[in-house]
Design a protein around this ligand. Sequence first.
Ligand code: F6R
Length: 242
Amino acid sequence: MRIIAASNYEEMSARAAEIFVAQVTLKPDSVLGLATGSTPVGTYQRMAEAYRAGKVSFAACRTVNLDEYVGLGPGDSQSYHEFMWENLFSHIDVKPEHTNLPDGKNLDAVAECARYDALIAALGSIDLQILGIGHNGHIAFNEPSDHFVAGTHMVELDAQTIEANQRFFERREDVPTTAYTMGMAPILQARQVLLLVSGEAKAEILRRSLTGPITPEVPASILQLHPNLVVIADDAARKWLT
Ligand code: F6R
């Protein structure tokens, strides 16, 4: 594990974007594992800036996202599909047909999870996977549990996750309670994992994830087993790391 110390969110985002640009420069047809949420937004902005400055092209990249709310999809403003277009895809030259998210509109969970696992397998290993972390230690939507799940699955979102996600919705009742999420296997099989953590509210869960026991009760703790984990954490998030 390598921990890169950033002074704040901006520096964290700049360092993460540099790693993405280096990855795509060295391997233009990289498979990029992408996340939603507040944490990667600054990284995506800087990736788009690098593209606009002519420093990198994503035209040969393929992307695969971690998760999507069940019931939401293209055209729904709160869907992760729309989030990715708003925050990254429409600002770079990635080909729409090279971008992949779970299909939240497919309510046949068994079929959708099987489709997404087959899609991930066909892409081959993810070259670079970006991750944020939930306040309860979730990565993707692998919520605290008594066991780790390897493949794509439908998950009931934790009360804490629903509360955290409420900021993107007008009313609490509007926040979806279920999601499709990538399982742990493709994340652990990614060639490199980039965990971004910003803010004091994540400091305690970051400490537990990196220095505590490996347990499905703290899903991110499994990342301790990854051979090429890079954590970029700002000063506030590193508060409890010695
Ligand atoms: C998003 C995802 C989640 C978020 C996590 C942190 O695709 O899979 O695990 O990374 O909930 O969210 P933020 O960055 O909003 O604090």
